[in-house]
Design a protein around this ligand. Structure first.
Ligand code: NAD
Length: 260
């Protein structure tokens, strides 16, 4: 379905990003991976995905804290793949703390990686999407783009900001064949959430399994984690012709978290 398309997925050396890259490559798109990690492990993931899907799979090490490196990543993708048709802004980090103790450096890092990096990547990719007359921009936001939780000041602010950015880009590209949408997952069991499960387990003296159930019970009425594959399938759908007139939306995949 996506044969001939070329995609960048930021933060795709792990978790949701790697799952989305896998889904896009399986749908026929070439992909550029990005993210932090051990070079040998990244190369192993890259070559495995290329082998399994037959897609061209590249990797760029841009740090999402650097505008210059983000521009370089987009230029490199255009040069090596021919275009950036699909841009998935997924890189993100978390830090939890009461507001009065929230370290200013953590605030700055979360705003840069979870929000500002998407601005730089979109700014760099949109001109060529306009020239080509086709584009799909998908921002991996969160339920925390729609509602808040305690101790997540920076994350909630960044994700609400990312939804605002999504809407502006959708309006600015509305008359072209470019769409910009936000996917808003609830709890997904990735390294980012495993850290929160560990913290809850040690705070409340729970086993890890008990902590995972407690985490779900508190927020996610289905009491089931959202699966990475479900998010990958949604991103592929957003790249399809069926979604050509869906733009500027926020799509919760949250087991009814935001229904109450
Ligand atoms: P993860 O920790 O598994 O993956 C995060 C990715 O971002 C990794 O590839 C990491 O290397 C990359 N990254 C971090 N800092 C970076 C930097 N400075 N430069 C480049 N890459 C960097 O986490 P995940 O759960 O897969 O999260 C992916 C996205 O999904 C995030 O934006 C997160 O906020 C969002 N999200 C996650 C959940 C969840 O429950 N896991 C829920 C809602 C939204």
């Amino acid at each position: 379905m996506l044969k001939g398309k070329n995609a960048i997925i930021t933060g795709s050396t792990s978790g949701i990003g790697l799952g989305i890259a896998t889904a896009l490559a399986r749908a026929g798109s070439n992909v550029m991976l990005n993210g932090l990690g051990e070079p040998a492990a990244i190369e192993q993931a890259r070559s495995l995905l290329a082998h399994d899907t037959g897609a061209k799979v590249l990797y760029h090490p841009a740090n999402m804290l650097s505008a210059e490196q983000i521009f370089d990543m987009v230029r490199a993708a255009e040069a090596k793949m021919g275009s950036v048709d699909i841009l998935v802004n997924n890189a993100g980090i978390q830090h939890t703390s009461p507001i009065e103790d929230f370290a200013s450096e953590r605030w700055d890092a979360i705003l840069s990686i979870n929000l500002t990096s998407a601005f730089h990547a979109i700014k760099a990719a949109v001109p060529k999407m306009r020239a080509k007359g086709w584009g799909r921009i998908i921002n991996i936001a969160s339920t925390h783009a729609l509602v808040a939780s305690i101790h997540k000041a920076a994350y909630v602010a960044a994700k609400h900001g990312l939804l605002g950015l999504t809407k502006v880009v959708a309006l600015e590209t509305a008359e072209e064949s470019i769409t910009c949408n936000a996917v808003c997952p609830g709890w997904v069991r990735t390294p980012l959430v495993e850290a929160q499960i560990d913290a809850l387990a040690s705070r409340r003296n729970f086993s890890r399994d008990e902590a995972a159930v407690e985490l779900l019970s508190e927020k996610q009425p289905t009491k089931r984690f959202t699966e990475i594959e479900q998010l990958g399938a949604l991103v592929v759908f957003l790249c399809s012709d069926a979604a050509a007139n869906m733009t500027g939306t926020a799509l919760p995949v949250d087991g009814a978290w935001t229904a109450r």
